[in-house]
Design a protein around this ligand. Structure first.
Ligand code: MN
Length: 480
């Protein structure tokens, strides 16, 4: 990599006055790795430098970038470099480098070690989320060169990328990063499924691509005629791995997927988003029930946009996504896009970043209380690795739950006492069964009776959250 280019890119992210430290870090890493090559044949140091560029793109601060440049040096000569890093680059950088090193490889080998690695990961994340951001940049660079490993090793790395890193990137709102990780890992982790999918969707994909190319100028013209400024309009092809997952849900019926290639429109601000939506609906009929306002009700990972399916040219259905430049950046970089508003490394109390990270400290607290690794992994699968929904209390408070949660999960999420005395539930003002699957945006009212003596054993069969499960089991145990 050209060093001058490298320094220029880093400087535009962190500013001139940090560059001395960055240059010292590069020098240090070059020295530490001078006798080490990657399997690709290149000098080892190229890897941390590329990862650091990724962090610069995510607009992370100088400490994180310096730590990233150094992130593999402790693996060379730990004792010697420990104190040198502390002295030269400060405690903060050392903490990050050590955090990344301690995580080591999150090996998906045997359940016990897998659970242990995950525990370590969330402890590190809860003390400083930059540790996982460095780890994500590191992983992103590593999955780009998977072909150099033998089959066993590259399959393992690809699988843990799909099962651990991509979901974490998603939970941090880093949609672009998640997509890149998944699309690099999917063909390696699931070779057969990937090849089958490619064959199956090839034609539909190409047709849809041509179609979107044809309609973009028409949509653009309609917007401009209505005096809506269009910052950018382009076709967005659905990523392969998310298409794979969606197709499985839809019984592999490709005709039911309307966002194979979607039209994405960037307009200057929020009012323009709604104006654009109005203009488009005035011209092309929207599909009933397919309008999603993720601006008024963002997804739990912070994603914002307007989505609508319209009958466009030749009455074909196409998905249109409308957002402003801030939403666009946030959707790509998630938590990292907010990082530059953060002073002194740690996000302020009550800030967007802090609120978006609350689940990490919750998780770190919870994992301390769970000794059984099987229970732990099961809980994690629901809490991190599943999609989340937003459900409302009658007062309009938002409760964030895993997909397929029930009113009982909702009640326990509010308070274990409320769950224990629950007798019935009203969903969107209709009396509903306690085992009903909640949908995003539902309003749930819990009806409880102090005279009720406790939860029912049957509830254990349908509750989804670890909180509800634990509370019910505890009550039953104490009262049996
Ligand atoms: Mn590395």
């Amino acid at each position: 990599m050209d060093r001058l280019e490298f320094f220029k890119d880093i400087e535009s992210a962190v500013g001139r006055k940090e560059m001395l430290r960055v240059e010292q870090a590069v020098e240090f890493a070059e020295r530490a790795h001078r006798n080490t090559k990657r399997l690709t044949g290149e000098d080892y140091v190229e890897h941390p430098l590329r990862s650091a560029l990724t962090l610069a793109e995510w607009k992370l601060d100088a400490d994180a970038i310096v730590a990233c440049i150094l992130h593999d040096t402790l693996e060379e000569k730990p004792q010697e470099y420990d104190s040198e890093i502390k002295e030269k680059f400060g405690k903060e950088v050392y903490f990050l480098v050590e955090g990344v090193t301690k995580l080591g490889k999150l090996e998906y080998q045997g359940r016990e070690r897998y659970a242990e690695s995950l525990r370590k990961l969330f402890i590190a994340m809860s003390s400083d989320v930059r540790v996982i951001l460095i780890k994500l940049a590191d992983r992103l660079d590593n999955v780009k060169t998977l072909h150099v490993f033998d089959k066993t090793k590259r399959t393992r790395i690809a699988r843990e990328t799909l099962e651990i890193y991509a979901p974490i990137a998603n939970r941090l709102g880093m949609g672009e990063v998640r997509g890149q990780l998944e699309d690099l890992a999917f063909p390696v982790a699931m070779e057969r499924e990937y090849n089958e999918l490619r064959k199956m969707v090839k034609e539909s994909f190409e047709d849809q691509q041509k179609y979107v190319k044809k309609i973009i100028p028409q949509i653009k013209k309609a917007l401009e005629d209505a005096h809506v400024t269009v910052v950018n309009i382009h076709g967005r092809a659905k990523r392969f791995y998310s298409l794979f997952k969606k197709l499985r849900e839809y019984n592999n019926d490709i005709t039911r997927i309307h966002d194979l290639v979607a039209v994405r429109i960037i307009v200057p601000d929020i009012p323009s988003c709604y104006t654009a939506l109005g203009v488009i609906h005035g011209r092309w009929t929207p599909l009933k029930g397919r309008i999603k306002d993720y601006i008024a009700q963002p997804k739990p990972n912070g994603y914002k946009s307007l989505h609508t399916d319209i009958f466009c040219l030749d009455k074909k259905i196409v998905e249109v996504q409308i957002r402003d430049p801030q939403m666009h950046e946030a959707a790509e970089f998630g938590i990292a896009a907010h990082w530059n508003y953060v002073e002194s490394g740690k996000p302020a109390k009550g800030s967007t970043v802090t609120r978006r990270l609350e689940w990490i400290s919750e998780l770190a607290k919870w994992q301390k209380s769970v000794a059984d690794n099987d229970v732990y992994i099961k809980g994690l699968k629901v809490d991190i690795f599943k999609n989340r929904i937003f459900v409302f209390t009658p007062k309009g408070d938002v409760i964030d739950l895993p997909e397929n949660s029930t009113p009982v999960d909702f009640a326990y999420e509010i308070h274990s006492d409320l769950g224990n005395h629950m007798t019935a539930a009203r969903i969107n003002e209709k009396m509903s069964r306690l085992s009903t699957t909640l949908q995003n945006g539902d309003m749930v009212e819990v009806i409880s009776d102090k005279k009720r003596k406790g939860p029912s054993h049957d509830w254990l069969a349908f509750v989804k959250t670890h909180r509800a499960q634990e509370a019910i089991a505890t009550w039953l145990y104490k009262n049996s």
